[in-house]
Every structure is written in structure tokens, then in C-alpha cells.
Design a protein around this ligand. Structure first.
Ligand code: NAD
Ligand code: TYD
Length: 350
């Protein structure tokens, strides 16, 4: 079983690569990644020398490269995570999201379709990893189920929704064996510090303002990244071909409550008097088209495949903060030099 995992140097992809390389020594795992600002091979140093692992640098937007790679390697399956993933960046540069998230996905589907056509017994699965943001925004009640209609609002979610539609279209039109999962917001180690939780961990450490959009009343449903990786493992191995699963941990928080909790946890860990970090909270201009609330109903995943998350939010957040405090070099590296503090530039523009 030779599996191509795309975007494996990024946040979630690195946890999925690690899980598959270590749990399934009889699988060969290739990690295809362009190494954009979000891709970082330092996320994988502990497994980079494993005999069943190989890194392949490349761009999924480059169709000729993708076709050559698939022809040469004859993959048996694909787990597709490579994407542009930050909503704020999609507002500034939507076309980049169309290129990677839509065109890149279609390039992979075309290459997979050829392998499947040549030998349907050998190409077994195209697993597309997607987001709950394709469903749009909820009001104060209700949850996203697998039956919820797509209603994306940001260029990011519109590009992911489009890629999901293409994956289903390749199943319905060409019989390609596909599965899709749509997950809620992840947090944990290796998360690039432009997203809410790692950005605030970094800023608290540096005694910098914590930028909260609007009034901080938007709700997100947070899942620890290692739990997402085990859910992907479960869906990959157990889901019926052609099916979709929502992944989430029934863990809704307003942004302001998440950051207040984080401030408390970090007061303790940094030995600062209680209430110190909360003073860094700064309300800033709201994000354009800011979705009010996301909440995932993951009942189907629990009932059909038996997956449930393994940690509470408090446990996951504690582990996340410890990881960032113990990995200063990782954090310093991605917040300096070439990265030019994209998020700080955005913040000072507000
Ligand atoms: P990330 O931005 O941390 O990582 C994306 C990875 O893809 C990076 O390593 C990057 O180098 C690579 N990449 C980007 N463009 C590429 C290209 N053209 N060719 C090859 N590689 C390319 O993203 P993430 O948060 O780890 O998200 C991974 C996947 O999970 C995405 O598809 C995202 O939509 C989905 N998802 C994310 C979340 C979340 O909360 N982060 C939740 C649900 C679903
Ligand atoms: P983010 O981590 O960007 O994930 P997503 O937009 O995919 O949900 O943002 C999570 C929430 O936090 C979202 O409601 C926007 C908000 N937010 C802030 O309030 N301040 C920030 O600096 C960032 C990056 C996000």
C-alpha cells in the first residue's frame, strides 16, 4: 500500500503523516508538499528517517508534475490535505485559493482517475480532507450535519466547497473511489501562528496585544489536532466509498471565552499574577463576512465508525501551550525572517 499524503508538512498534515508512518509500518507514505509559508519540515524531524517515509517537494497546481509523479509511483491511495487554509489571506488573495484548492485538487483527481482507469483493483481511494466552513454560518442554534446544504461565505470556504463538489463529481461521473470528511476548527502543536490560538499564545509570550475581531462573540467548535488525525485514520480505513463524514468534538466556544481561558492558563505557566494576560486583549475591526457560528454534529461518525475525541478542550489547550513554550525555536523561526510577520502587518493595518 503506497499512499500519497498531500500537505503533510503543514499543521494537520504533519500529524496525519506521523500517525500513518508510525502506526502502519507496512504502508509506504509519500508526503507531497510545496513548502509554502505554512509548510515546515521541522514538523516531521522525528519521522524523517523512517524507512517507510519519503518527502516529495512539489506543487499540486503543476499538472505535468503531478501526472509524472502518479505515473512513476503508481499510488494505491491519496489522502489530500494540501491547501491554502487561512480565511484572512483568502480575503486578500482569493485567486491563490482557487489555484491550490480548486485547480490543485482537480489535477490530483485527474491523475488518480488515470491510475484507477488503468487498474481499478490497484487504485483504492481518494480521501479528500475538508472543512465545516463549506456549510456557511449558523445562527444561535442548530448544527451542521452531512445533509446541510453548502453555503460558503469566504473565498477560502468557497474554494473548499468547490473542491468537495469536484471530488463528488469524479465519484459520480468516473466511479472514482472517494471519501470526504469535513472537520471543525483544529488547534494543537505545529499550528502556524497566524490563526487565533497559536497567534495569541505567541503574543501572550511576547506581551503583545491579542487582536479579537469584533466583540469576540463568534463561536467556533474546537478539536485537538491529534484527534482529527485519528478520525482521518478511522474514516480512511472504515468509511464506505462515496460517503462523507463530519468530524468534531461538540466543543463550542466564543472567541473571547477561548482567549480568556488561554490567558488564565498562561498566567499560571508563565508565573504571572492572575489577570495579567487578559489586559492584552484588544478588540479590533471585524473580519469581512465573519461567519457567526460553526458547530459540527459528528453523530454519524460516532454511530457508524465508533470514533470519539480523546481529550477535553482544557487538556488539549494545556498540551498545546506546553508544546509552544517548549518549542521556542520552532516559534521563533516561523515568526521571523522570511515570514515577515504577515499577521502583524495585517494587525497594524486595522
Ligand atoms: P496548513 O496551511 O497548515 O498546511 C497546508 C499545507 O499544504 C502546507 O504544508 C503547504 O505547504 C501545503 N501546500 C499549500 N499549497 C500547496 C500546493 N500548491 N502544492 C503542494 N502543497 C501545498 O493547513 P492545515 O490547517 O493543516 O489544513 C490542512 C487541510 O485540512 C486543508 O485542506 C484544510 O482546508 C483542512 N482543514 C483545516 C482545518 C483547520 O482548522 N486548520 C479544519 C478543517 C479542515
Ligand atoms: P481562525 O483561527 O482564523 O480560523 P477560522 O477563521 O478558519 O475559523 O479564526 C478563528 C476565530 O477567531 C474566527 O472567528 C476569527 C477569530 N480571530 C480573531 O478574533 N482574531 C485573530 O487575530 C484571528 C486570526 C482570528
Amino acid at each position: 500500500m503506497k499512499i500519497l499524503i498531500t500537505g503533510g508538512a503543514g499543521f494537520i498534515g504533519s500529524h496525519v503523516v506521523r500517525l500513518f508512518v508510525t502506526k502502519y509500518p507496512n504502508y509506504t507514505i509519500h508526503n507531497l508538499d510545496k513548502l509554502t509559508y505554512a509548510g515546515n519540515l521541522a514538523n516531521l524531524t522525528d519521522i524523517e528517517n523512517k524507512p517507510n517515509y519519503k518527502f516529495v517537494k512539489g506543487d499540486i497546481v503543476d499538472a505535468a508534475f503531478i501526472n509524472d509523479l502518479f505515473n512513476k509511483e503508481k499510488y494505491n491511495a491519496v489522502i489530500h490535505l494540501a491547501a491554502e487554509s487561512h480565511v484572512d489571506r483568502s480575503i486578500t488573495n482569493p485567486l491563490e485559493f482557487v489555484m491550490t484548492n480548486v485547480i490543485g485538487t482537480v489535477n490530483l483527481l485527474n491523475a488518480a482517475k488515470e491510475l484507477y482507469k488503468n487498474d481499478p483493483t490497484k487504485f483504492t481511494k481518494f480521501y479528500h480532507v475538508s472543512t465545516d466552513e463549506v456549510y456557511g454560518a449558523l445562527g444561535e442554534t442548530g448544527m451542521f450535519t452531512e445533509e446541510t446544504s453548502y453555503d460558503p461565505h469566504s473565498p477560502y470556504s468557497a474554494s473548499k466547497a468547490s473542491s468537495d463538489h469536484f471530488v463528488r463529481a469524479y465519484h459520480d461521473t468516473y466511479g472514482l473511489p472517494v471519501v470526504i470528511s469535513n472537520c471543525s476548527n483544529n488547534y494543537g502543536p505545529n499550528h502556524f501562528p497566524e490563526k487565533l490560538i497559536p497567534l495569541c499564545i505567541h503574543n501572550i509570550k511576547m506581551n503583545k496585544p491579542l487582536p479579537i475581531y469584533g466583540k469576540g462573540e463568534n463561536v467556533r467548535d474546537w478539536l485537538f489536532v491529534e484527534d482529527h488525525a485519528t478520525a482521518i485514520d478511522t474514516v480512511y480505513h472504515k468509511a464506505k466509498l462515496g460517503s462523507t463524514y463530519n468530524i468534531g468534538g461538540h466543543n463550542e466556544w466564543t472567541n473571547i471565552d477561548v482567549i480568556r481561558l488561554l490567558c488564565k492558563v498562561m498566567d499560571k505557566k508563565l508565573g504571572r499574577p492572575e489577570g495579567t494576560n487578559e489586559k492584552l486583549i484588544t478588540f479590533v475591526k471585524d473580519r469581512a463576512g465573519h461567519d457567526l457560528r460553526y458547530a459540527i454534529d459528528a453523530t454519524k461518525l460516532k454511530n457508524d465508525l465508533g470514533w470519539v475525541p480523546s481529550v477535553t478542550f482544557e487538556q488539549g489547550l494545556d498540551r498545546t501551550v506546553d508544546w509552544y513554550l517548549n518549542n521556542s525555536e520552532w516559534l521563533d523561526n516561523v515568526t521571523s525572517g522570511n515570514y515577515t510577520h504577515y499577521y502583524e502587518e495585517q494587525y497594524t493595518k486595522r
